[in-house]
Design a protein around this ligand. Structure first.
Ligand code: PEP
Ligand code: MN
Length: 263
């Protein structure tokens, strides 16, 4: 179902007022985690002013350590809904199990399946039945074929509104958090009709590399970007080192408009 043979035309995924996979570059931005009302609303207003159309923020965080901040859960979802009301932004948040899914569908416009759950097949089937658009991240060590099969699990439940997100893969290289596989963008777009976006934040783990990789992703034909932005990255409870300040994000958005106009 996900292959180009199954459908020739590009799929356009609609999230609130945004259309991913059309001709417009769609930027999803916001903090790694929803931490507080002040933090989320500040981030939401700043990313909207800069031109983002979808707000991200984790309420259920799949952290490497069980002692790290795990997210505000339903309280975080309520804050996302409030930020959406105030700004008009659409929202996306990660679901990690049936419980978080059941709650998230009540508050947000799009569901994210994270890298760690890309092969959680029961979760894929459940988001496939949810009726919400899905942002499916590539697994930490997933091949392109495995990633597309994960999308197939969602689509086989009747949900065609899927956006694929390249977020870097595990390699021998230790100097970046992951290795951004930019070749996956044109490759997957040739194999599948689904839109493909790039997450340079998790791919690099380093805010200095986010801008250059974001520009490269647009040049490579990505339909959008997912970028972590925090009003005060130094105080972030999660992924501060890769988060842009609102001012850095606004400057990057200007650069991206120039790149998008050139491709
Ligand atoms: C995230 O987007 O917050 C996240 C946890 O990303 P990934 O699943 O790509 O690591
Ligand atoms: Mn993060």
């Amino acid at each position: 179902l996900v292959s180009r043979e199954a459908r020739e035309e590009d799929t356009v995924v609609r999230v609130g007022g945004a259309a991913i996979g059309g001709n417009q570059l769609v930027v999803i931005a916001g903090p790694c985690a929803v931490e507080s009302r002040e933090q989320l609303l500040a981030a939401a207003h700043r990313v909207r002013q800069a031109g983002a159309v979808i707000l991200r923020g984790g309420a259920f965080k799949p952290r490497t350590s069980p002692y790290s901040f795990q997210g505000l859960e339903e309280e975080g979802l309520k804050l996302l809904a409030e930020a959406a009301r105030q700004t008009g932004l659409a929202t996306v948040t990660e679901v990690v199990d049936e419980y978080s899914l059941e709650l998230a569908v009540q508050y947000v416009d799009m569901l994210q399946v994270g890298a760690r759950n890309m092969q959680n097949f029961r979760l894929l089937q459940a988001v496939g039945r949810s009726g919400k658009p899905v942002l499916l991240k590539r697994g930490l060590s997933a091949t392109v074929e495995e990633w597309l099969m994960a999308a197939e699990y969602i689509m086989s439940e009747g949900n065609e509104q899927i956006v694929l997100c390249e977020r870097g893969i595990r390699t021998f290289e230790q100097s970046t958090r992951n290795t951004l596989d930019l070749s996956a963008v044109p490759l997957v777009k040739s194999l599948s009709h689904l839109p493909v976006i790039v997450d340079p934040s998790h791919a690099t783990g380093d805010r200095r590399l986010v801008g250059p990789m974001a520009r490269a992703a647009v040049a490579a034909g990505a339909d959008g970007l997912l970028i972590e932005v925090h009003p005060e990255p130094a105080r972030a409870l999660c992924d501060g080192p890769q988060s842009l300040t609102p001012a850095q994000f606004a400057a990057l958005m200007e650069e991206l408009r120039a790149v998008a106009a050139a491709v």
